[in-house]
Ligand binder design. Structure first.
Ligand SMILES: Cc1cc2nc3c(=O)[nH]c(=O)nc-3n(C[C@H](O)[C@H](O)[C@H](O)COP(=O)(O)O)c2cc1C
Length: 511
């Protein structure tokens, strides 16, 4: 018998597809003046302004994954950690418009993810649950208990769907989940720089909601709700955070005083996909291939990361960069896979336009040996599956100039053809969702993580990436021959040489 939750997820996925002749349901017109506020604050909470100093500034990008002495947890090191993972990295200005950017990209720069910190016995930070206010780089103390619990530091995340749904309608739930994947990857890199080894807690969704206080309907009665996502322990030991609180403070701010549309299917798919994050697993984090380490400072890579808004359409990517990126996507190739040590279920298909020594064409990087046969059986019969690299599990499927196809498939966006490589993230789909509907979130997290790794590896080499959430789902499937929902493409990513828009000026994140 089909789990009704899984059926609902599959139906949501189908109706939120963009097609060549029909976009998923969304607002017909947008009132840009009415964009929901980018920052939620909590009034009536005790505030702790965090240190803005970025620590670990001397570590080279190529050394990032090396084991290092962990910095002690305190207000100072956590201030540095937040700057490098969730904080603002710049303000941009163009004419009268002014907007901020963060260490991680976000669909439409709408940043649906809210971040929380739970601490116990951390010097400089009062015990309890704190909301991280990115704009001020400050903690707002939201809840606490009378008795101290076991020492520890945990991050929590929740999504405000309305921030994305305001602009993107029904497809917005997917974007919130892809963003969550970027956030988890950003956390992994920043933690590695501080010598910390974060891991996800496999808590029930209700417990996560309770621990973050977002289950308190009375507090959110007149403001946008927050959907609990996951809790991450920043320390290696098994100490668990408090998940109930005796005292609460503060009121969340309203983001949009005049919401115009309703997309009830988003709340339905959110409910259907509530579940625990996968427990730790022992997928072998095999030794990565030897690659020349970039000696640019890792903090610089993280703080200067931007999405390209346009690519030059002519630069040829060095072969070494492609290998670097692909290697980092494999288990063991990036600190992200310490946080997500699971059997890979999302496999990039590459449309290679301009890479030195690599024939233009369609390629695939099955990230798990076990996926090779099933991908091969599911994709076009005419694909040749020629091994395209001695070290990486990269296969050429067909030689082709696929630039125009990439643009068409990516909602006609030029970035998909002016880049050097367009990635299509192919997820194992129907079976994982049938087994656990929460996998719908986790697959999008994994795809977001892949995007984040690509973007930072590109950035370290002077190139740039851009996430592409807008693509024509079933047109993708037709091009690579996928006929059913065993696999689905859930994200695109473009990497190339960025063109800068000189009219936009850059200001510091925290003046
Ligand atoms: C899930 C996701 C989907 C995105 N989709 C698109 C897209 O379809 N087209 C595009 O030009 N940029 C896209 N972006 C890039 C965002 O617009 C960009 O991250 C945002 O404007 C913030 O800028 P920054 O990344 O430079 O900080 C996407 C980003 C994410 C994370």
């Amino acid at each position: 018998m089909v789990d009704p939750r899984a059926a609902l997820v599959m139906a949501y996925h189908a109706r939120s597809k963009h097609a060549l002749d029909r976009y998923a349901a969304g607002p017909g017109t947008l009132d840009w003046e009415a964009q929901p506020k980018a920052f939620r604050d909590w009034t009536g909470c005790a505030q702790t302004v965090l240190s803005r100093e970025v620590l670990a500034g001397d570590i080279a990008w190529g050394e990032l994954a090396a084991k290092r002495e962990p910095l002690p947890f305190d207000a100072h090191s956590l201030g540095s950690f937040f700057r490098l993972s969730l904080g603002l990295t710049a303000w941009k200005e163009y004419g009268a418009a002014r907007w901020s950017l963060r260490a991680h990209p976000s669909s439409g720069n709408l940043h649906p993810t809210e971040s929380w910190l739970i601490t116990s016995q951390v010097p400089g930070i009062t015990d309890g649950l704190h909301h991280y206010q990115n704009l001020l780089h400050a903690l707002e103390r939201r809840a606490w208990n009378d008795e101290a619990s076991a020492p520890g530091v945990w991050l929590g995340f929740s999504s405000i769907h309305w921030r994305e749904a305001w602009k993107y309608g029904e497809r917005a739930f997917r974007y919130c989940q892809l963003d969550m994947g970027h956030v988890l990857a950003a956390v992994s890199y920043a933690a590695a720089l501080h010598g910390w080894r974060p891991h996800l807690l496999s808590l029930d969704a209700n417990e996560v909601a309770q621990a973050l206080g977002v289950d308190r309907a009375e507090d959110f009665a007149n403001v946008e709700a927050e959907e609990a996502e996951v809790i991450v322990a920043l320390h290696a030991d098994e100490n668990a955070p408090a998940t109930t609180w005796q005292h609460y403070a503060g009121t969340p701010s309203l983001l949009d005083p005049r919401p115009l549309y309703q997309w009830p299917v988003i709340e339905e798919v959110a409910a259907a996909t509530r579940g625990a994050a996968p427990a730790t697993s022992a997928y072998p984090q095999t030794a990565s291939i030897q690659v020349d380490a970039a000696d640019i400072r890792a903090t610089q890579v993280i703080l200067k990361r931007r999405s390209a808004q346009a690519f030059d359409g002519e630069s040829v990517m060095p072969h070494a960069l492609l290998k670097h990126m692909l290697n980092a996507l494999l288990a063991g190739g990036s600190p992200v896979w310490n946080l997500w040590p699971h059997t890979p279920r999302v496999h990039p298909v590459l449309l290679v336009h301009r890479v030195e020594g690599v024939a233009p064409g369609v390629y695939v990087l099955p990230r798990a040996e076990s996926a090779v046969a099933s991908l091969r059986a599911a994709m076009r019969d005419s694909f040749t599956w020629q091994r395209a690299d001695d070290e990486l599990p990269l296969y050429q499927l067909i030689a082709a100039r696929a630039g125009k196809t990439a643009r068409t498939l990516s909602c006609h966006q030029d970035i998909a053809t002016h880049c050097a490589v367009t990635f299509m993230m192919v997820a194992e789909f129907a079976a994982p969702i049938a087994a656990d509907p929460a996998a719908y979130r986790h697959l999008h997290w994994e795809a977001g993580m892949l995007g984040h790794i690509i973007t930072l590896e590109a950035e370290a080499a002077g190139w740039r990436g851009t996430g592409i959430g807008c693509f024509f789902d079933d047109a993708d499937h037709e091009v690579i021959g996928l006929k059913d929902t065993q696999f689905q493409v859930i994200y695109h990513y473009a990497v190339g040489m960025a063109l800068e828009d000189a009219r936009i000026s850059t200001l510091p994140a925290y003046a």
